[in-house]
Design a protein around this ligand. Structure first.
Ligand code: SF4
Length: 407
């Protein structure tokens, strides 16, 4: 392996057939579920006594980006069995998967389980960049130290970066529909500033309407900057930087909402500058990822069927999972749970309220009598956790999961 230089970090080829074969076996042993695969193939299963039907969404769980990033992290451990291995933060938004990565001796550089600082790293140390990517400045810091990268940034995230970079080069302000504190959005917005551009992050349609009013009528600049504190680039001036804008989004937002954000901003720009000048003042490219879209579409179909309740399984800081829960709760009793233990008893369930960012408890959540339960899971949720939840649910109604497989 060549000696890394600060300006040219070593990228490691982990995709060797011998390594990948070992990785596949280990990943399967950690996250695979035969029960879930059989349910996926059947679509729905009813217990022999006809009391419970479980319907799985057609698309759920690990996406291609997550599978790739987990494979690469496991491969890094195999290729560097004795060397300290670091990761910038959570590999994906799932506590069990992060525990597994920690159990493999990978040291976290941020978050509640932080074990080291970037400052502690030395030339040649191996650092995993998670699927969300990282900020340009952090990458530069690692490069300056001569670290080696295992870069698992998802290609769909990099497509958004490309778009934001091109906005910045054309002096177009990026309006990013997303969560300003989310790792992916921080990485994406850093692409704007690294290319001398500006950005503004909007989360809700109410945020969007506020921005639209400012575009059309102007307003109190101080109030604007206070309202969006922490969600815009240094030196951002709403009176100057909202004249030419391009909309982009965090890859895991709700497609319908992202489309609405761009429609409203486009309409405001048109009102302010005239339809004939729209092309000079407005750009838009849809950057919702395919996996997010597939999971939302599949859930929409599942929700059109008769269901008594919906279980949405995934980490509580997972953006795409929160959106699945949001879709469910609009039409059915929906419980967003991170694992089987949240189903405390047939009377009590603990679940996440993504609007208040807190856990809540609901009593009487599991009706008696015949029951049809819909199940879906976010892109960062492994099948073994889904299996645990299905087993727990059936167990609470006195059914063994193995009976389900015989049905
Ligand atoms: S959710 Fe989409 S953007 Fe994120 S890792 Fe998966 S495929 Fe990539």
């Amino acid at each position: 392996m060549s000696t890394p230089s600060p300006s040219a970090p070593t990228r490691i080829n982990l995709r060797r057939p011998d390594v990948l074969e070992l990785v596949q076996a280990q990943v399967q042993s950690h996250y695979r579920s035969e029960l879930v695969e059989r349910l996926r193939a059947a679509g729905q299963v009813t217990t022999p006594d006809g009391q419970i039907t479980i319907k799985l969404a057609k698309e759920f769980g690990f996406c291609y980006g997550v599978e790739r990033c987990i494979d690469l992290a496991y491969a890094a451990r195999k290729v560097f069995p004795d060397q300290p291995l670091y990761i910038l933060g959570e590999i994906i938004h799932n506590p069990e998967v992060n525990d597994q990565i920690r159990a493999m001796g990978v040291r976290f550089l941020s978050g509640p389980h932080k074990q080291a600082d970037i400052e502690d790293l030395n030339r040649g140390d191996v650092v995993i960049i998670p699927a969300f990517g990282t900020e340009v400045s952090i990458r530069a810091q690692l490069e300056a130290k001569g670290c080696q990268f295992v870069d698992t940034t998802c290609g769909d995230v990099m497509s958004v970066w490309k778009r934001v970079r091109s906005y910045a080069r054309e002096e177009v302000t990026s309006i990013i529909h997303g969560k300003a504190y989310h790792e992916e959005t921080k990485a994406t917005s850093s692409q704007a500033t690294a290319n001398r551009g500006h950005y503004l992050v909007v989360l809700t349609l109410a945020d969007t309407d506020y921005v639209c009013r400012f575009i059309v009528e102007g307003g109190d600049k101080g109030e604007f900057l206070a309202k969006f504190k922490g969600a815009y680039s240094e030196g951002f001036d709403p009176e100057t930087h909202l004249a030419v804008v391009g909309v982009a989004n965090q890859t895991t937002m709700m497609r319908g909402e992202t489309e609405e954000v761009q429609r409203r901003i486009r309409a405001a720009i048109e009102q302010r500058f005239g339809a004939q000048n729209l092309a000079q003042h407005f750009r838009y490219f849809d950057t919702i990822c395919g996996a997010t879209q597939d999971r939302q579409d599949a859930l929409q179909k599942l929700l059109a069927e008769p269901l008594d309740l919906l279980l949405v399984i995934g980490g509580y800081n997972s953006s795409n999972t929160a959106h699945l829960a949001e879709m469910g709760e609009a039409v059915r009793p929906t419980y967003f749970i991170k694992n089987a233990a949240e189903m405390v008893s047939s009377q009590l369930i603990r679940h996440w309220n993504q609007h208040d960012h807190g856990a809540v408890e609901t009593r009487g959540w599991l009706p008696s009598g015949r029951l049809t339960v819909g199940v879906t899971a976010g892109a960062s949720c492994p099948n073994n956790l889904i299996e645990d939840c299905i087993r727990r649910l059936l167990g609470l109604r006195g059914v063994a999961a193995d009976d389900l497989l015989k049905a």
